[in-house]
Design a protein around this ligand. Sequence first.
Ligand code: ATP
Ligand code: MG
Length: 775
Amino acid sequence: MDYLKGLNEPQFEAVTTLEGPLMVLAGAGSGKTRVLTMRIAHLITNGIDPFNILALTFTNKAAKEMKERIAKVVGVSDARSLWMGTFHSVFARILRSEAHYLGYPSNFTIYDAQDALNVLKKVIKDMSVDAEVYKAKKVLSRISQYKNNLITVNAYFNNPELMEADERANMRLIGEIYRKYVEACFKNGAMDFDDLLLKTNELLTRFPEVLAKYQDRFRYILVDEYQDTNHSQYLIVKALASKFENICVVGDDAQSIYSFRGANIYNILNFKKDYPDAVTVSLEQNYRSTQNIVDAANVVISKNLQQFKKNVFSENEVGEKIKVYRSLSDADEANFVSANIFELHNTQQRKFSDFAILYRTNSQTRAFEDALRKKNIPYRVYGGLSFYQRKEVKDLLAYLRILTNENDSEALSRIINYPARGIGETTQNKLIVFADARNVPITQVLDNLGFYAPQLGLNNGIITKLGDFWAMIKAFQVMLKTENVYDVAMEVAKRSGLIKFLKEDQTPEGISRVENIQELLNSMQGFIEEQRQIEDGDPSLSNFLENIALSSDTQNDKDDGDKVSLMTIHLSKGLEFPVVYLVGLEENLFPSFMSSSTREELEEERRLFYVALTRAEKQAYFTYAVSRFQWGKITDSEPSRFLSEVDSKYIEFINPMLEARFVNNSGISSYIFDERPSEPRFFKKKEEKKTLERNETIPAVKKTLKPVATAKIINPSGSSSEDIEVGDRVRHDRFGVGEVTFLDGTDPQNIKAKVIFANEGEKNLILKFAKLTKI
Ligand code: ATP
Ligand code: MG
């Protein structure tokens, strides 16, 4: 039992207490996931059939890694029989076998967020409600909230409180939209992500025999990242575990970061109530990170009021201080990070896969992608617009979806006239109206085109085109009966005209679209090969599509290669990297401007910060930009409050010096000052920046500079624009007359000016574009 040797005492207890309810509540990097993994290995070693073990993880990637580790202890074949995966993937699989109970076809389609949004948009459009009030994204998140709290359409209409709340929010029709959306999905034979949990709950509560079957099957249940389960997931676990009560959950309340998706931190508290005999284990030693990183993270998280007090320490090396880089712009920030990676790769022999760039929002990736590409550094972006969400990939997948589920009208509308085959929108609408009026699926109309043709009101030419299209789909379906998914998909890509159409576009984007199709086809071959190796492997198209629908947490399942990882902090949970860059540490970005109005929201942002920092093993970098291109314009930004919450003893500035030049009557005098004076403080308020521009005290040098006309801050090594100087009076086409108060930037192409205009107030302009004239 070598695998037990590497455990500390509380870890050992958690791994070897096999029966009964157990909760491990412990800080980041303390070995929770490791405990869970070893516990599964220990269960199997002790003769428990892997078939009776259910392990739920937060991402598919985590499940895959866990399986690999378990395989090392118990062997590959036992590890394969484990039921392990995300809530969504495990319960999708169960729903497929039990779909008939709920009136769904077993090959139901799984809608990702984008599919769901498309369906909802159509519902909203058909209802002719104000699309400005009922914004699809907003409505969808509302519906998602209801579903995750098990509020079905009926339950909604039986709950006056909810209805009143929506009415007060001027969203009186939400209930109706919800009903129509649910009907549309059902008609399409499709479930969205939330349905996978909602319907599982329905299955387990309405059909006791099904519940009993899975209770007997899953005698041992383990859940990682328990702090981020939502109500719906909580109920599923509770129902399944209620017979044997062999349930082990591990989590960290300080890492609860999904409350916007309904995650309920109180599930952890409830655990003791639900299972009064539960054993609780706490782990205190962090094995992942240096002391410096652990201590810094502790200081920040201790600012949260809402938390269990935990003691987390590291006995690893003290390690380097966290390095902070202040950049001038988002591009500058990205260049710094890529240059730094390049350097560490060369000087410290770090692999590219040792690095992670973590950010708050997906839109931040582009600058980093550009910068990494320039240096030929290989990288992978996780999440965001993943491979499977790219248009061309989704188009081919839509063809394949129709082959397994004809009722999937979302897929049908995607492909019926793509590539263009003369079946325009008018025709499509006619078909929809026609089918709706007779209450039959469109596919039934297409199946019986000859019969319906006279009533359809379409000309013969169009009828022929529809007939040809549908005959082609039917031919693919026949092919699917005997051929493998790869061959069928290849045929679809060719015969549908998709490849030919994409090949016509010879721009780099066009070429990469064709490559993506090729890559999708490759992944099918990989899939077939993989399924062949599994004992009860299922190389069917439905299984392929299901895997894809659920793989949204990784870009492209292949996890090969030595690449830098780019991902949002949310996706980084549970992972670890030797070197982490936490970027965009600015107010309104992180904490996000949408989540800093209440204390609760701010505490969740702080937990995110804690998660991000605790991903780092050896080195952490913080970066922020003093200005950023956002929504098409340059905006000034201020360092994140989280930066000042990290005790200064844990951090070190890479470019701490700012040079302030004060122009006065006797010439120019320069002062170098530290941006971060003795106490941890930044320019939190706009006013503080102003003090540098006017005759005020500079806090850092504690010196009053008088008489002072203006000042500018330049980069230590920087230069500034020759033509326009701070203090110049200038005219701008639109804003009128003003005075330049601030110039910033080293790249002559990118010098920014702050100008106070007599009528328009303060504006930030890029000199190159602003076309200011001196007056
Ligand atoms: P998180 O909260 O971030 O999910 P965690 O509590 O799940 O973290 P793990 O990922 O299980 O922590 O462990 C963190 C790192 O510490 C891993 O690399 C793991 O292999 C290592 N580790 C855990 N326990 C020990 C131990 N007893 N001896 C040596 N290394 C350990
Ligand atoms: Mg973990």
